[in-house]
Structures are given as C-alpha cells and as structure tokens.
Write a new protein. Structure first.
Length: 309
C-alpha cells in the first residue's frame, strides 16, 4: 500500500515538542503509515535510534523499504500498552529521549472499506486495529445486552441518544445479523430521525464501538503510566489526541504528574517517591487553518507535551 497520500498531523509542533537530539533514542508509539517516523529519522544522526510500535499488521507491512533498511530504525508489531516491555527487551528502559503517541485511527484505516472503521464506505463490520486478535464489532453487537450497549455508546461516544440507538440495534439484530458498516449506519440514522447535526448521526456510535473493541482508552492509560519509567530525565512525551475522551485522560495524567500531592505542596523537602515526575512544556497546540485546509483530519487534533523530571 502506498504511503504517498498520508499526511502526519501537527508534524512541525511534534518535532519541536520532541526537541530531537541527533544521538538520542526515540519512540514512535503509533507508527501508522510512518509520516512522523520519517521526519524523526530525518533529524537523527548516525548514533540516533528510533523504535516504532504498531499493532496493525497492515501498518507494519506498509513500512517503506527505505525505513526498514535504516539501521537506526526498528518497527515492532505490538500494543502501546506493552511499551515498557518493548523498551526493556532493547535495553532502553530509562534511556529514551522522546516518545510520541499519535492516537486514534489512521487515514488509511478509515479509507479501506474492508477494515470496517467508517460508515462512509460499506464494508465488513470489523473495526479492530489488529484484525487477528479479539472480537470484532459485528461479534460485539451480536452478543452485547442492551444495557451494556447503551453504556458503551454513552461513555465512549458521548452519545446523548444512546438509549434509543441501543434499542434499535438490539431490535434490528433480532431480525437479522448486523454484519456491514452500512447496515449499522442506517439503523442508527433511523433511530434518531430528524436529528440536525453537522456530523453523520452514526459518528459517535462508530467511535464508541471502535474504542471499546480496541480497548483504546485502557491502552492509552497504560502507555502513559509506563512512559514515566521509559523516559530519561529531560526526555519529552508528546501526545496527539483527536477527541475529548483521549484528551481528558492525557490532560489529567499530565496535571497529576506535574505537581506534588497536596500534602507536600509548598514544603522545602518532598520525599523522592512523591516528587513531580513531569514538567509541562508549553500550552496545548492545535492545527492552524492552512494545515486544516490541506488535511481536514487535523481539525480536531490537539498536541500536549511534557518533560520528564
């Protein structure tokens, strides 16, 4: 698959946030189609090293030959929740100068109907980042009870109409299995007739089911916690999020780890285990109008950066 059309989001701010040292060790925790990885390698010298991680076999297979041949680069098929293990295996725990997490679904994943991420292209209702692991979206919908489905839609999609949508899905599957993205999108649209919104009525439902099936928020929380043990002092953590659920987790994590617990604040001496582990590096960054015009996916992107103390 070609990577020519892939545009990495917030590339300039990400590179600035990582503060790349030519001889440093870096992690691209969400390789995708390699746009950020190529740019990071472009700033590394002969002694630099970049380890990229992705659980999508299609993303791993898409890596350009020029990257694969680069002795400074390694692409690992794994989950970001295994960050600490991946770094331990390479002797890099506590020695990493920068980590990037570019969250969400990549453009190629959305564009390929067979992956089942998008209701804009009818295809099998899959939605798994790793199609070889776990239950897919169709299996989840076939088995889930209405109460749990309502909770998933409300929690992971922030869907105000979660109740009517869940009832409609359960009723529809009683008549016939729901196995296609187009079928699910039509069921959701019919469940909320007359809804007037800028986005398609199925957008939040698809987001919720995708996040649940892939355990995306669990993966993010685990990766953030593990980053503290992976980064060296002065190392940078850059996270690009695309919706409020992700961003709230990142914001809370940065806030909690950039200050001492309340009982120690203002004291001249704080025990080492309670000292702040991060320093915020500037304010959150969003895409400007020029980037959004060239890459609409950047519209909802938000970059947060922190430095390991």
């Amino acid at each position: 698959m070609s990577n020519a059309g892939h545009v990495p989001v917030l590339l300039g701010p990400v590179l600035e946030g990582l503060a790349i040292r030519p001889d440093g060790n870096y992690v691209d925790g969400t390789f995708g189609r390699g746009g950020h990885s190529r740019a990071i390698l472009g700033r590394l010298g002969p002694a630099g090293r970049l380890v990229a991680i992705d659980r999508d076999p299609a993303a791993v297979a898409s890596a350009p030959e020029a990257l694969s041949r680069d002795p400074r680069f390694e692409l690992v098929r794994d989950e970001i929740a295994q960050l600490e293990t991946v770094m331990e295996q390479r002797g890099l725990e506590g020695r990493v100068d920068g980590i990037l997490f570019d969250l969400g679904v990549s453009s190629p994943q959305l564009d390929e109907a067979g992956r089942g991420f998008s209701f804009l292209r009818d295809g099998p209702l899959d939605m798994r980042m790793d199609p070889e692991s776990g239950q897919n979206a169709a299996e989840f919908i076939a088995r889930v009870d209405e109460k749990t489905l309502k909770r998933v839609l409300a929690t992971f999609g922030e869907e105000r109409m979660a109740g009517p949508i869940a009832r409609a899905i359960v009723a529809a599957r009683g008549r016939a299995p729901i196995t296609r993205t187009g079928e699910l999108a039509d069921i959701v649209a019919a469940a909320v007739p007359g809804r007037r919104e800028k986005i398609h009525p199925a957008t939040k439902t698809f987001q919720a089911i995708r996040i649940f099936v892939n355990r995306e928020l669990e993966q993010l929380q685990a990766a953030l916690e593990q980053s503290l043990g992976v980064l060296r002092k002065g190392g940078r953590l850059c996270v690009v999020s695309f919706h409020s659920l992700e961003d709230r987790i990142v914001k809370r994590f940065f806030r909690e780890h950039s200050r001492e617990p309340e009982q120690y604040r203002g004291l001249p001496s704080v025990p080492a285990e309670w000292q702040a582990k991060l320093v915020l590096a500037g304010k959150p960054v969003t895409a400007g109008p020029d980037e959004i015009a060239g890459n609409p996916r950047a519209r909802s992107a938000r970059l947060r950066v922190a430095e390991r103390r």
